[in-house]
Design a protein around this ligand. Structure first.
Ligand code: ADP
Ligand code: MG
Length: 258
């Protein structure tokens, strides 16, 4: 079996400062991994690096996606090939509607991967049907499709639209950075139900979260704890419960004593 994602000895610097100090992580198809850790430990740095953000410089190591190194893939190429990132702070794009944004992104992905044999753009009626179906799944009002992307959206709406993007683009690797932040419990449940509905044997998921409460709704197969740019500990779903109960200090202390 080829791993969906294999991160090997990854070192990443931002503005000359080393943030990630040798990360190893393998995600196979169908697996859900959670990365937890204190604020400032480098979780978003990992997400941004996977996205191909130019500010994040890989100084050592490799990122292998479906058996291929993606270090020289541009961000849009990564997205078109099925790597999806939901960011901690989604950007607003005034002037571009949610529907237009999603149709453009979907068509770019179809073109790059030759979906449906031809890679042809999706027809408008087919796209409308897809949108309606996925918006219903995320309990988003139809009016959302014609609003400008993230412009004046509440925190919860932004996160739901991120998952809508994921639903429409049908990725093979989804990285969700703090998708739970700013959500009340109802919105959290809707987002989690949406993610769960999208899970399948072909999708690998990397859930980045500071808190364990999201993991009450989305069960990870593996939990990893990132401390000061290093993987300090890995375990099963029970590790998240332990962190909820005991906090991060005991892991930070153990890591410092190494
Ligand atoms: P986390 O998501 O775990 O809270 P981050 O990856 O956001 O952690 O941050 C880890 C460290 O990297 C912090 O010290 C932060 O200041 C620094 N850092 C991350 N991104 C940037 C950036 N774009 N510019 C400068 N420093 C950054
Ligand atoms: Mg972060």
């Amino acid at each position: 079996m080829t791993a969906q994602l294999s991160i090997r000895d990854l070192h990443v610097s931002v503005e000359g400062k080393e943030i990630l100090k040798g990360i190893d992580l393998t995600i196979n198809q169908g697996e859900t991994h959670a990365i937890m850790g204190p604020n400032g430990s480098g979780k978003s740095t990992l997400a941004n690096t996977l996205a191909g953000h130019p500010k994040y410089q890989i100084t050592q190591g490799d990122i292998i996606y479906r058996g291929e190194s993606i270090l020289d893939w541009a961000p849009d190429e990564r997205a078109q090939q099925g790597i999806f990132l939901a960011f901690q702070y989604p950007m607003a794009i005034p002037g571009v509607t949610v529907a237009n944004f999603l149709r453009t992104a979907l068509n770019a992905r179809r073109k790059a991967t030759g979906t449906n044999g031809s890679g042809k753009p999706i027809s408008i009626p087919e796209f409308r049907k897809l949108m309606r179906e996925k918006m219903a799944l995320l309990k988003l009002d139809d009016a959302f499709a014609t609003r400008y992307l993230n412009d004046g959206f509440s925190g919860g709406e932004k996160k739901r639209v991120e998952i809508l993007q994921m639903a429409v683009l049908n990725p093979e690797l989804a990285v969700l950075d703090e998708t739970d932040s700013g959500l009340d419990i109802d919105a959290l449940r809707i987002v989690a139900e949406g993610v769960n509905a999208l899970m399948g044997p072909n999708l690998g998921v990397l859930l980045i979260t500071h808190y364990q409460r999201l993991l009450n709704y989305i069960k990870p197969d593996f939990v990893h704890v990132l401390v000061s740019g290093k993987m300090a500990m890995s375990g099963g779903a029970e590790l998240a419960l332990q962190l909820e109960e005991k906090g991060y200090d005991w892991i930070i202390e153990a890591e410092a004593a190494k």
